[in-house]
Ligand binder design. Structure first.
Ligand SMILES: Cc1ncc(C[n+]2csc(CCOP(=O)(O)OP(=O)(O)O)c2C)c(N)n1
Length: 624
């Protein structure tokens, strides 16, 4: 039943509701979220946890005049539903449908786009300072989770705000979870505060009672305040934030609308930075998500009755192979360590963590720190594997360059989700790693064509001592191309010739090898016999092989799932120009634009990277 929800056409309709209706609406929204996400997939648990918080924000503040910024943005579904997007919500994360993250083009209420973590306080401060310069009066509210609060940027912003004293409301949504259990000293600190949960209400009650005592009430209150100051470190929650320059308000029950609205109104009247500490339950209202918030953080379509995932791929996922094979390698090599930045399940490292808890490190959402931590370990003779998504390693570019590569340390970067990732869209596609890594001296970069090669590369990397090594691999299910080529012998800087043909040579990278095999088969049917090369190493490049190829072929095609600018194709182009290649070269890869969300097959088709498009492109050239 969505009787009330169907009547919410804009946030003005929220403003008219009384508390009873708002509570009813929360229930309807939860049902609607579960029903929709069970079909589309998406960030269910975080959104179930933030329903009251979102409604209270929109009731008290005046969006978009007041600026609400959602950190990471994966928890903005409720905000989307009540800001006029309920009717389109069934298209969530689908090609051309509603994005799973705030998008300015979707609504004036999505004022700032997010996807990567820990940016909301910096952006919020930017809005707040701009407001002050313009002499406007709007509020700025950054909503950030306890997981996102572990990111370095969040600390940098808190530090800056405390210094400036600019009015800005930070809402800390504390559900004790990042994707997995949250980690770190701050998380422990918040946990301690949570144990004094009754504090905020009690304090208000005492103040209320005291001020009502005629004549002496205010005096007693002032004395109590002074006493409180002297022992504040022992009794007052949130002192860390107070010392940083924030008025700390909380902890507040994040499922109690009345209290939330009360505290938001209170923050409105504070003319300096304030931090509202809200306690919520991830997955609230849906037992499978409450019990397994990690699984329902980013859920695939599921059966509502049981929470069971509907579509399970039979082929092993690359992440799981990393987890199991690295654990296997670590059994006989005690120098192997594993690092993740808040993604133990996503990267497949849970198994390693369980088997070698002392050799496993979850650094929180702190990719930069993760890279340099690995550098330190490698400098001490260990072999750290930092398993990280391509898109999030963008955060650690300087650390890779400055801390790992200049010192030529043998850190292994297991770069997961390389290439298009699908429904999370432009903030999450891993299509830049080759561009931001290939130009760094000392680094070596591999990409496996299938799961057997992936294991061989992991083994090779575990033994490689000469410098930093990258293995990049795609999201999801792996393939097995052993029936096409059974050569899995990895040697530094050597590519693999899968098939020798003539005229046309396709050099494919990683997952695109599987696509290229199908292109080759299609062309065979047309009696066109192409040469197919599995690049295997993007760096060092197999220059000898490529120089041989250009002698025999007048049409070279590079095929990668990275941006063509600065990617493998550009790298080959440079080599060919240097060697005065006179033939034609075409680079197939991600064009110079941010790629939207959608199913990967659809996106490949859209950008002419799918098997049919590539086959047709070659045919049209060949038949010219
Ligand atoms: C830089 C970066 N690293 C990793 C991620 C992946 N990620 C998305 S949400 C999330 C956890 C966020 O936890 P929290 O902020 O507490 O929000 P919750 O989902 O618990 O409400 C992580 C690690 C990311 N979005 N950005």
């Amino acid at each position: 039943m969505e009787d009330l929800l169907n009547k919410i056409k804009s946030i003005q309709d929220i403003k008219k509701l009384d508390i009873h209706q708002m509570n009813l609406l929360c229930k309807e929204i939860r049902g609607f979220l579960i029903k929709t996400i069970s079909k589309t997939g998406g960030h269910l648990a975080s959104n179930l946890g933030i329903v009251e918080l979102t409604l209270a924000l929109h009731k008290v503040f005046d969006s978009p005049y007041d600026k609400i910024i959602w950190d990471v943005g994966h928890q903005s579904y409720v905000h989307k539903i009540i800001t006029g997007r309920k009717d389109k919500f069934h298209t969530l994360r689908q090609y051309k449908g509603i994005s799973g993250f705030p998008k300015k083009g979707e609504s004036p209420h999505d004022i700032f786009e997010t996807g990567h973590s820990s940016t909301s306080i910096s952006a919020g401060l930017g809005y707040a300072l701009a407001r002050d310069i313009k002499e406007e009066k709007n509020e700025v509210i950054s909503v950030i989770g306890d997981g996102a609060m572990t990111g370095g940027m969040a600390f940098e912003a808190l530090n800056h705000i405390g210094d400036l004293g600019t009015k800005h409301i930070v809402v800390l949504n504390d559900n004790e979870m990042s994707i997995s259990e949250n980690v770190g000293g701050l998380s422990k600190y918040l946990n301690e505060i949570r144990t004094t949960q009754a504090y905020y209400r009690v304090k208000e009650d005492v103040e209320n009672i005291l001020t009502k005592i005629p004549g002496i009430g205010n005096m007693v209150l002032r004395t109590a305040e002074r006493a409180k100051d002297s022992v504040k470190y022992f009794f007052i929650p949130g002192m860390l934030f107070e010392d940083l320059g924030f008025k700390y308000l909380g902890p507040v029950d994040g499922h109690n609308l009345k209290e939330l609205m009360y505290v938001f109104n209170k923050a409105k009247n504070i003319d300096e930075p304030s931090l509202i500490h809200v306690i919520t339950k991830k997955g609230k209202g849906y037992a499978p998500a409450e019990n397994d918030p990690d699984k329902f953080h980013g859920a695939s379509p599921f059966k509502i009755e049981t929470g069971e995932t509907i579509k399970k791929s039979k082929s092993p996922k690359y992440s799981n192979i990393l987890g199991s094979f690295l654990t296997e390698l670590a059994e006989t090599d005690d120098k192997i360590l594993a690092i993740t930045a808040a993604m133990p399940s996503g990267t497949g490292l849970c198994r390693f963590k369980k088997r070698f808890p002392k050799r496993f490190f979850d650094v929180g959402i702190a990719e930069q720190h993760g890279v340099t931590l690995a550098a330190g370990m490698a400098a001490e003779g260990f072999k750290p594997f930092f398993a990280v998504y391509s898109t999030f390693l963008q955060r650690g570019y300087d650390q890779v360059l400055h801390d790992v590569c200049i010192q030529n340390l043998p850190v292994v970067f297991a770069i997961d989700r390389a290439g298009l990732v699908g429904n999370d869209g432009e903030t999450h596609h891993g299509v830049f790693d080759l561009s931001y890594l290939t130009h760094i001296p000392n680094i070596s970069i591999m990409a496996p064509k299938d799961r057997i090669e992936f294991e061989q590369m992991l083994k090779f990397a575990s033994k490689y001592e000469k410098g930093p090594m990258v293995i990049r691999y795609p999201r999801g299910a792996s393939c097995d191309l052993s029936n096409i080529s059974n050569n899995y012998n990895i040697e530094l800087g050597l590519s693999e010739v899968i098939h020798e043909g003539k005229d046309i040579a396709v050099i494919a990278v990683g997952e695109m090898v599987e696509y290229a095999v199908d292109v080759m088969k299609n062309l065979n049917e047309q009696n066109i016999d192409i040469t197919l090369v599995n690049a295997r190493f993007i760096k060092p490049l197999d220059e000898n092989l490529i120089l041989e190829l250009i002698k025999e072929h007048n049409f070279i095609i590079t095929y990668e799932d990275n941006s063509v600018i600065g990617g493998f194709g550009s790298y080959i182009n440079n080599l060919l120009i240097k060697n005065s290649y006179k033939g034609e070269i075409i680079n197939i890869g991600i064009p110079d634009k941010f790629i939207e969300h959608g199913n990967v097959d659809q996106l490949f088709k859209q950008y002419n990277m799918d098997v049919d498009s590539v086959t047709n492109m070659i045919l049209s050239k060949y038949n010219k």
